[in-house]
Write a protein that binds this ligand. Structure first.
Ligand code: NOJ
Length: 543
């Protein structure tokens, strides 16, 4: 039962909604979101108008990294439900014309995966070579590579007297893609999911699969695109899948390969060049710096131009690894509603497939928790490491408030009842205390809500071909506050104007457009005249 009824390249005018299952909706009171919970909220997503759900991992997992450590790719973790629930979700979503995009974590498994349990038994176990092993150097690791979550990237196993390589936690051993048997197992597993009727896949850290640890290469290894082309040919190309690779190391040149219109690799990738623009150059995301706004415009515009007709962009501000955009680059105080809408306008007018992360459509914000309320392994490790290194606690907490992944992982705010309607039990992570004001129930009732603004943006994208096809041109490139651009397709033009900041600035629409503009959407009810108010944004069709 592979996806039927979707046209070729259907994902070009699709809008994807990301669900982080643990925090979306609990149905059984254990404090953890689950599949039945998601099913119960499908009508809400249909109302929003999305075409696909990217589901963060629900596979069997010890949850060392919230499911990105998979111990069985073909089973559902009991905390999320059963395979029957999963099948029901696929079917119920399909009824609403929503495809399910599974999150494929193919760079590593859990150390509790059957393959790894075998692999560590002996060097001649048939599964040993499924992972990346090296001998130590006089009792120390093969080299000084550091894992993304801190500490050495090598872990010694006494039974085999070797070290295995892990780019993430010690419980996430890296798979050995050089081994054709590993690749075949992966392809068969993917085909099995395709037969279940899923509509696509998001590929976790896919640019790290072709690692060469002896050369200290992790991302963009020499065989990367060879592996991806084989993967695509053996699996995705046999169905009408939407595929999106997570590629932190992508530049436009590489993205053209990944998203080649010939379909030889993926539909698109997530690139992160804009995401690093509020950190100190050459340092980590925790080393905060103000957003370089001019650079943001340059970077996003570069991707728009470079992939035009030769690739395809994904468009996103948020995901489960990133802080909430309204707190990050908008204003989560006085202008929360205006700035959330402005950010949505700027993004959704661009060319590419937009991704909305759960709660973004409500303008959900970052949290400031006491340390004991954080759950994310990356945040906990960072805190321990920096404390040990002597950083002042206040500075560590500032970094965590701004960048912790838990900002995105607090429960979805459904209504103003206890725990925001997320659970009847004790939530696995605390709810953002602002749920009494910010929640879906109240936004559904308010025609000027952020939710209804997103709904309208999604609708516009479907109604006007220029959103999909239009060629992008940045306007006012050097203006310190304005983000504006046009998209042109034949004689149709879309004009997007936004004040990215909280000050009122003088502004008049370009005189060439006088009398030719039809307002499509705006975040203030009176149209702009002579000024742009704080975070004011509007989209016009030029006739
Ligand atoms: C990227 C995922 O988005 C993140 O949540 C995870 O921790 C790492 N990959 C490791 O799988």
């Amino acid at each position: 039962m592979r996806t039927e009824g979707r046209s070729d390249k259907w994902w070009k005018n699709a809008v994807v909604y990301q669900i982080y299952p643990k925090s979306f909706q609990d149905s059984n009171g254990d404090g953890i979101g689950d599949l039945q919970g998601i099913i119960s909220r499908l009508d809400y997503l249909q109302e929003l108008g999305i075409d696909a759900i990217w589901l963060s991992p629900v596979y069997k997992s010890p949850q060392d990294d919230n499911g990105y450590d998979i111990s069985d790719y073909q089973d559902i973790d009991p905390m999320f439900g059963t395979m029957e629930d999963m099948e029901r979700l696929i079917a119920e979503a399909k009824k609403r014309n929503i495809s399910i995009i599974m999150d494929l974590v193919l760079n590593h498994t859990s150390d509790e995966h059957r393959w790894f349990l075998e692999a560590q038994k002996s060097k001649d176990n048939p599964y040993h070579d499924y992972y990346v092993w090296r001998d130590g150097v006089e009792g120390t690791p093969p080299n000084d590579m550091i894992a993304c979550f801190g500490g050495s990237a090598w872990q010694w196993v006494p039974e085999v007297d070797q070290y295995y390589f892990h780019q993430f936690s010690v419980k996430q051993p890296d798979l050995n893609w050089e081994n054709p048997k590993v690749r075949r197992e992966i392809y068969d597993m993917i085909l099995w999911w395709m037969d279940k009727g899923v509509g696509g896949f998001r590929l976790d850290v896919i640019d790290q699969i072709a690692k060469e640890p002896d050369l200290k290469i992790t991302g963009n290894g020499p065989r990367l695109h060879e592996f991806i082309r084989e993967l695509s040919k053996e699996t995705f190309q046999k169905g009408n899948m939407i595929t999106v690779g997570e590629a932190w190391g992508a530049n436009p040149e590489r993205a053209k390969l990944y998203s080649n219109p010939d379909g030889s690799e993926f539909s698109m990738v997530f690139q992160f060049e804009h995401i690093g623009l509020d950190q100190q150059e050459g340092k980590s995301k925790w080393d905060l710096a103000p957003l370089d706004f001019l650079k943001l415009k340059t970077v996003l515009s570069k991707w728009q131009k470079e992939l035009y007709q030769v690739g395809w962009n994904s468009l996103f501000w948020n995901n489960h690894d990133l802080p909430r955009i309204v707190s990050r680059w908008g204003n989560d105080g006085e202008y929360r509603v205006e700035s959330a809408k402005m950010l949505a306008t700027v993004l959704h007018g661009m060319q590419g497939t937009p991704y909305i992360y759960q709660g973004e459509e409500l303008g959900m914000t970052n949290v400031k928790f006491p340390m004991e309320d954080y759950r994310d392994i990356e945040t906990l490790n960072l805190y321990a490491e920096r404390k040990e290194a002597g950083y002042p606690i206040g500075a560590i907490m500032e970094s965590i408030y701004s960048k912790s992944r838990d900002n995105a992982r607090t429960p979805m705010q459904w209504d103003s009842s206890t725990n925001a309607g997320f659970t009847h039990g004790t939530p696995w992570i605390k709810v953002n205390p602002n749920y009494t004001e910010i929640n879906a129930e109240s936004e559904l009732q308010d025609e000027n809500s952020i939710f209804n603004y997103y709904k309208k943006l999604i609708r516009l994208r479907k109604d006007h071909e220029v959103f999909v096809e239009g060629d992008y041109e940045l306007l006012y490139a050097d203006h310190p506050d304005i983000f504006a651009y046009t998209r042109t397709f034949g004689n149709i033009r879309l004009l997007v104007i936004a004040n990215f900041h909280g000050n009122t600035i003088p502004f008049s629409l370009p005189s060439e457009y006088e009398g030719r503009l039809k307002l499509l959407i705006s975040n203030y009810d009176t149209p702009l005249e002579g000024t742009l108010r704080p975070y004011e944004a509007a989209m016009y069709l030029v006739r």
